[in-house]
Ligand binder design. Structure first.
Ligand SMILES: Cc1cc2nc3c(=O)[nH]c(=O)nc-3n(C[C@H](O)[C@H](O)[C@H](O)COP(=O)(O)OP(=O)(O)OC[C@H]3O[C@@H](n4cnc5c(N)ncnc54)[C@H](O)[C@@H]3O)c2cc1C
Length: 458
């Protein structure tokens, strides 16, 4: 058993952990980064990147099927999943090499193996003790299931869904949140018959209801089936498929059942509680400075209650490194975190929904405006429909931007600057947006909300 000492010891090399490692190294700290699998974690290997690659293949399939509408002769002859997976793996491999190279170029000691918190500031890996002046817990999350719903065989989670070497003829997706609607979008484009089952009253229930409704309309048009406000009661599987039962008494047969009901914190058996770290249902509790109940022990990423997004993990990792280095960084505003759902059509939002804004400021003290992409030239060229919804405080800043339409995820950068810098519609209205871009729709929406619409009715 050997003993090693570092300024910062980080448990988990995913988005939160490696961001904390890179920033700590930049700030002159010695860092140990403990990872049992591959640097990059869920996002790079089993989450953001591989799913977005599949979504791009799905877009190529849709464009090919639709080519005649644009005067182009092309024939869609099918999906070669081995080819799709090769394309996806190529992207993941290149990014993994890049990340590994970056981490190795810094004063970061990567410790390969499974770590456990065995002292308040000590992580034990393969019998060796790594003690930090500060410790960062960043052990990530896993695909949850429902009580009594066993994963296995034809009942799969997103990890297995990403590894499929065939396009299922039919799938039931349990959960209409981000992961569920993204896989629905992919598989529909690839030719599967898809049915989403969501217990809450709408798809993407965390979005502004206007966005959920628009996605439901678009999915109906795409032939993606969904049942909302109905609960799952059980599943039977055989050699050929699954039969999913709902509490309504209805049953749905399919080749596979994808369980996409959320992600649980990966904290069990890692010694956190034994060392006095306060937890709640497996999540690590922190204050707004990401400090746990144990002095000098911080937590980042999906194990901290809140939005489970890679860029939140990055920001928390950077924050913790700066906090440890005494830079007193500004507290992260969870409400200012941009969210993108990469289905077709895409959804992107930042800030408050209309209901939350009304609750916070009073319905009479806010105004909203919806700019329809029907008036946006580039959206017409791309053949997409959707809108941009703005919410402002009367005589005050924009406090929410909600968008739906192909590629609107690429517009979230400006939207998050507007909300986080508390811009007024009148400020944005004076900024020039290039024509013809989809980005112009953000400019038009703000012109209209500032009382001077250009390509829109007042
Ligand atoms: C299908 C899917 C799609 C997603 N798409 C997006 C997206 O488009 N955009 C987005 O922002 N987010 C997306 N996410 C969420 C995103 O992946 C997570 O928010 C992010 O990965 C969280 O980072 P993290 O550092 O908390 O955890 P993780 O990335 O899970 O990393 C934790 C790391 O800790 C390691 N670890 C755990 N326990 C130990 C141990 N005892 N010893 C050593 N190492 C350990 C794990 O191996 C892992 O590498 C998606 C997730 C999924 C599942």
């Amino acid at each position: 058993m050997a003993e090693f000492n570092f300024d910062v010891v980080i448990l988990g090399g995913g988005s939160g952990g490696y961001a904390a490692a890179l920033r700590s190294a930049q700030l002159g700290k010695t860092v140990a980064l403990v990872e049992k699998d591959k640097l990059g974690g869920t996002c790079l290997h089993r989450g953001c990147i591989p799913t977005k690659a599949l979504l791009h293949s799905a877009e190529v399939a849709d464009v090919t099927k639709d080519a005649a509408a644009y005067g182009i002769g092309a024939q869609f002859t099918g999906v070669d999943m081995l080819g799709v997976n090769k394309y996806r793996d190529g992207i993941v491999d290149r990014l993994f090499k890049g990340l590994t190279g970056l981490v190795n170029s810094k004063a970061i000691t990567v410790v390969a193996g499974e770590g456990r918190l065995t002292g308040p500031k000590t992580v034990t890996v393969n019998g060796d003790n790594y003690t930090g002046q500060n410790v960062v817990l960043a052990s990530g999350s896993y695909s949850r299931s429902l009580p009594g719903l066993e994963i296995g065989g034809r009942v799969i989670t997103s990890e297995t869904a990403l590894q499929l070497e065939f396009v299922p003829s039919s799938v039931v997706i349990l959960g209409g949140g981000v992961i569920g609607v993204e896989f629905a979008s992919i598989w529909k484009s690839f030719g599967s018959d898809v049915t989403i089952v969501e217990g809450l009253p709408s798809l993407v229930p965390n979005e502004d209801p206007s966005i959920s409704k628009a996605l439901e309309r678009a999915y109906r048009k795409r032939g993606i089936n969904f049942k909302t406000g109905v609960r799952f009661s059980g599943v039977q599987q055989s050699d050929t498929g699954v039969v999913v039962s709902l509490e309504s008494g209805e049953t749905i047969s399919a080749e596979l059942l994808l369980v996409a009901v959320g992600r649980g914190p990966n904290t069990a058996g890692l010694g956190y509680e034994e060392q006095g770290v306060q937890m709640d249902r497996g999540f690590v509790l922190t204050n707004e400075r990401l400090q746990t109940s144990v002095a000098g022990v911080y937590a980042a990423g999906d194990i901290v209650p809140g939005l489970q997004l890679a860029h939140r993990g990055f920001q928390q990792g950077i924050f913790i490194a700066e906090e440890i280095a005494g830079l007193n960084p500004a507290v992260i505003d969870e409400n200012g975190i941009p969210k993108v759902t990469y289905c077709e059509p895409e959804i992107a939002s930042v800030g408050l929904t209309e209901a939350k804004a009304a609750e916070k400021f009073g319905a009479d003290n806010i105004s909203t405006y919806e700019y329809n992409l029907g008036g946006n030239g580039k959206s017409q060229i791309l053949g997409t429909a959707g809108f941009i919804k703005l919410i402002r405080k009367n005589d005050g800043p924009v406090i929410g931007v909600h968008m739906i339409g192909s590629r609107v995820g690429e517009q979230i950068g400006e939207a998050q600057l507007i909300v986080n810098w508390e811009a007024y519609p009148e400020d944005v209205a004076t900024l020039i947006h290039a024509h013809p871009t989809m980005n112009e729709a953000i400019g038009e929406a703000h012109l209209a909300l500032a009382g001077k619409p250009l390509h829109a009715h007042a």
